[in-house]
Design a binder for this molecule. Structure first.
Ligand code: ZN
Length: 307
């Protein structure tokens, strides 16, 4: 299917019959179809993937499965299906959720799924809140991002791409936070009450680890662009992430997925000093230059091939 061995990445999942939690969200049936389409025998267990990679024996048809962001649905929806086929996967976890700090972006996705009938409706609120004029749709930076995204994420709509463009380039974290607070107020949702619906608990994480899945790093707070941060910040992000996960699962992680695919040479140096052996990007565009920069493709893209 792919021209080289890749990790398959999964993010958002939803229960069959419920509303998708964002574009590219898949339900348990779609998840199972994707696994069958890949072919169960082509899916390597994390340890097997590592040994074959280190020995230079990975075949082009070999894949491994990865889940980012420690979402509750990874435990409740994906892990039972993995169990059905005796598969193990990588789970990359950011740890601020275990200090009761939520991630605004994920809360946004929750509200989007539960409180809006479509992304268009949500985008309408977003556009009004920030007073964005339609002339911005012709912004050259947006147009070039759009071209790139249409290839990498064919399941994103125009609004999806513009929303990401605006959020990532024009808003400070605090601006986006105030938009989400506005929505929480509007819908009278208490942030503390939705926490366990969105994120995996400490107990669930331990269970995944005990069942033989591989738990890996994904930074402490999941910054938007790790690769632009100074060394001290990056070191804090990964040290804290490493310490908290080690404490929770009782062993030291040695794998990582770069949050939003962002890193620089300092990141790689920090990770090497922490004895991290495997790292995954969020795309499949670069030649493989080290075992800390392995390619991945989005599972939701494979769904297009399933149908
Ligand atoms: Zn992530």
């Amino acid at each position: 299917m792919e021209s080289r061995p890749v990790g398959i990445m999964f993010h958002r999942l939803h229960k069959r019959g419920e509303k998708p939690s964002g574009q590219g969200s898949i339900d348990e049936d779609m998840f199972e179809q994707i696994l069958l389409k890949i072919g169960i025998r082509n899916i390597l267990q994390p340890d097997e993937w590592r040994l074959k990679l280190e020995a230079g024996h990975l075949k082009n048809s070999d894949v491994c499965l990865t889940f980012d962001d420690g979402l509750e649905t990874h435990f409740s929806i994906a892990s039972p299906i993995l169990k059905k086929y005796s598969l193990k996967a990588f789970f990359f976890i950011y740890t601020k959720i275990f200090e009761n700090q939520s991630d605004t972006n994920e809360v946004a996705s929750y509200l989007l799924a539960k409180k809006f009938s479509s992304f268009k409706d949500y985008f309408f609120q977003f556009k009004n809140f920030f007073n964005i004029s339609k002339s911005e749709y012709l912004n050259p930076n947006f147009l070039s991002m759009k071209e790139d995204y249409e290839i990498r994420f064919p399941f994103y709509s125009f609004e999806d791409i513009f929303y990401r463009f605006w959020r990532n380039n024009h808003l400070r974290d605090s601006d986006f936070d105030s938009f989400i607070s506005y929505l929480l107020d509007l819908f009278k949702v208490e942030p503390n009450k939705i926490f366990s619906e969105i994120w995996i608990s400490e107990g669930q994480l331990k269970k995944l680890s005990n069942e033989g899945h591989t738990i890996g790093l994904h930074s402490h707070t999941h910054p938007y662009s790790m690769g632009k941060m100074n060394r001290e910040f990056q070191n804090f992000e990964y040290s804290k992430n490493l310490n908290l996960i080690s404490k929770l699962i009782g062993k030291k992680p040695d794998t990582v997925a770069h949050p939003l695919g962002s890193y620089n040479h300092e990141t790689l140096d920090i990770l090497k000093k922490m004895e991290i052996k495997l790292g995954f990007r969020s795309d499949n565009t670069m030649p493989v230059s080290s075992t800390l920069e392995l390619p991945r493709i989005d599972g939701a893209v494979l769904l297009k091939e399933v149908k």
